[in-house]
Design a protein around this ligand. Structure first.
Ligand SMILES: O=C(O)CCC(=O)C(=O)O
Ligand SMILES: [Fe+2]
Length: 332
């Protein structure tokens, strides 16, 4: 079945999220690559969310980032606000509870976060002068009293970026493109990571104040680690039913964002999701949002446009798109 035929027959009333096993992701055998790309294509056309197993990020790397986040959030509010996201260029630093809002219908998001972008683990001289940062240029800011924090969260960041670099060729193959289609569009790792803390919401929960309001992500895809044992994330299908996406040991969630929907003229879905922490205990999660370089224009891939499926989106650069969405979310 051709890509557009498959897209026309999409079954988006899903009731579960598919698994993709990345064990063979580096295997060059064409039949193995094709089988993997076909599975990815189905997930992207029908659901826009998938679980990846054998993702290659060591437990130890995850645990270090988690422990660093716990320490960060346990600081006083005044301390955290020393690196207030509202005081930095281009959305780096700390977001307080209720100061972001992902769903315009809601009053605010019941989570706090810390946000940063690409940086070498060992700083090089040219850091801060990266080419093509355009609309999103701006150095990271780090907490002053937590010496290991930067190294521990950047350790996870680099591992997740490496995983993302293996996913781009799979998405390309799933779109019947050459595996290297995204290589010249992802030279700079336009990837933003957030560590998130959701306090428990008990008693009567105001539906307009939940962990993170219903939204789509902005970049090509998100690699999401969720704290084990706590159900919070939900994904909306086209029957308007919320499907639980619980943490599953040994897996990460990968969901598509608006940039891939734009690249593919909605052949691949950027699916609405939200998180509500009614578990009674605090919850942590770590999304990494990986987009195309900020100066790259989000032009629809020709095989995703036809007379029956004309181009749906105005062409903008990836950086302008992300920046507009971040402005709307953080209100500044
Ligand atoms: O915490 C989660 O499970 C989801 C977070 C999320 O959707 C986001 O940060 O965009
Ligand atoms: Fe999200």
């Amino acid at each position: 079945m051709s890509l557009l035929e498959a897209a026309d027959k999409a079954d988006t009333a899903f009731d579960h999220i598919p698994f993709i096993d990345l064990q063979e992701v580096d295997n060059p055998d064409p039949a193995t690559r094709k089988a993997l790309a076909d599975a990815v294509r189905n997930a992207c056309i029908n659901v826009g969310f998938l679980y990846v197993k054998n993702h290659g990020i060591p437990e130890d790397t995850i645990n270090k980032a988690l422990e660093a986040s716990k320490k960060f959030f346990s600081q006083t509010e005044d301390k955290k606000l020393e690196i207030d996201i509202r005081e930095t260029p281009n959305f780096k630093g700390y977001t307080a509870l209720m100061s972001s809002n992902n769903d315009p219908e809601n009053a605010g998001d019941m989570h706090e976060g810390f946000e940063f972008g690409w940086e070498e683990l060992i700083p090089k001289e040219q850091d801060g002068k990266r080419a093509n940062d355009g609309a999103m240029a701006g150095a990271n800011v780090w907490p002053s009293d937590l010496p290991r924090f930067r190294e521990d969260v950047l350790g996870y960041y680099h591992a997740a970026v490496n995983l993302g670099r293996k996913l781009f060729p799979l998405f390309a193959l799933a779109l019947d493109l050459e595996a290297n289609f995204f290589d010249d569009k992802t030279k700079n790792a336009a990837a933003i990571m957030r560590v998130l803390h959701y306090p428990p919401q008990t008693g009567i929960v105001d539906d307009r104040v939940i962990g993170i309001g219903a939204h789509t992500d902005f970049e090509c895809f998100t690699i999401l680690w969720q704290e084990p044992g706590i159900q919070a994330l939900q994904v909306l299908n086209t029957e308007k039913k919320w499907i639980d996406a619980p943490p599953i040991p040994g897996t990460l969630v990968v969901n598509l964002g608006d940039q891939l929907a734009r690249w593919t003229n909605d052949v691949f879905k950027s699916t609405v999701h939200r998180a509500i922490n009614r578990s009674g205990v605090r919850r942590y999660s770590i999304p990494l949002f990986f987009g195309t370089d900020y100066d790259v224009r989000l032009e629809p891939i020709p095989s995703c446009v036809s007379a029956d499926r004309p181009a749906k989106y105005e062409v903008v650069t990836a950086g302008d798109y992300v920046k507009e969405r971040l402005k709307a979310t953080y209100g500044h």
